[in-house]
Design a protein around this ligand. Structure first.
Ligand code: PGA
Length: 250
């Protein structure tokens, strides 16, 4: 049985005040949900979040990391520092990083390895563009990204990874994949994990759906057999919506 995981990706949004408010609403809900909850605010909020969530079931996540452990990489953050900030999870391979910052599968893969060496669990995002879907290439694209992200990692490391399927055309657009479309892609991903990793790894790995998840559609998406949780962008900044997503289906 896979634990449901709900991850908030605040992107370049939020504030100290929003963090306080969101945590004060979420904390009392944690007894009422079977979901694990991870909040990924911008890096400057991480160390405050570390103290604020101490003793709660809410985990600290980051949105990005550099693959190198230190050095002359102006503006970047190392996995070691994230670890000091109490970070337990980190998003890698988000389509905004792939597209706006030209991150390659190789770079994403090296970030994943660095995170694992620092005891931080990677959330590997994969997903196709609208053109790729319309051209019928979505499965091929997603499987290639998955392979480049996870193939060849030690089993223990693969077991510490989570995959987030995020069709790019559904991110921030208000268009979600239908629950059936999402579920069928998750099935394909899990099947691929069987050969890429092992049937045991495939069975255990949480596969999240991301792309316009909101308080209204969360319940139906999360009730699909292969959807083990959600990666939530826009709605994770809303103090009314995100808590509802956290308790959806509980
Ligand atoms: P969205 O973003 O929920 O705003 O579509 C999801 C994401 O980019 O992770």
């Amino acid at each position: 049985m896979r634990t449901r995981l709900v991850v908030a990706n605040w992107k370049m949004n939020g504030s100290f005040a929003l963090l306080d408010e969101m945590l004060s609403i979420l904390e009392p809900l944690m007894d009422k949900t079977a979901s694990e909850v991870v909040l990924c605010p911008p890096d400057v909020l991480l160390s405050s979040m570390k103290s604020a969530v101490e003793g709660t079931q809410i985990a600290v996540g980051a949105q990005n990391v550099h693959s190198e452990v230190s050095g002359a990489f102006t503006g970047e953050t190392s996995a070691g520092l994230l670890q000091e900030c109490g970070v337990q999870w980190c998003i890698v391979g988000h389509s905004e990083r792939r597209n706006l910052f030209a991150e390659t599968d190789e770079f994403i893969r090296s970030k994943t390895e660095t995170l694992l060496k620092h005891g931080i669990r990677p959330i590997l995002c994969i997903g196709e563009s609208l053109e790729q879907r319309e051209a019928g290439k979505h499965e091929e694209v997603v499987i290639a990204q998955l392979g480049k992200g996870l193939a060849g990692l030690a089993v223990d490391d693969q077991n510490r990874c989570v995959v987030a399927y995020e069709p790019i055309w559904a991110i921030g657009t208000g268009k979600t994949a239908t629950p059936e479309e999402a579920n069928s892609m998750h099935k394909i991903i899990r099947k691929e994990l069987e050969s890429l990793a092992s049937p045991e790894v495939a069975e255990k790995m949480q596969i999240l759906y991301g792309g316009s998840v909101n308080a209204e559609n969360a319940e139906t998406l999360l009730s699909q057999s292969e959807i083990d949780g959600a990666l939530v962008g826009g709605a994770s900044l809303k103090t009314a919506a995100f808590p509802q997503i956290v308790v959806a289906g509980s």
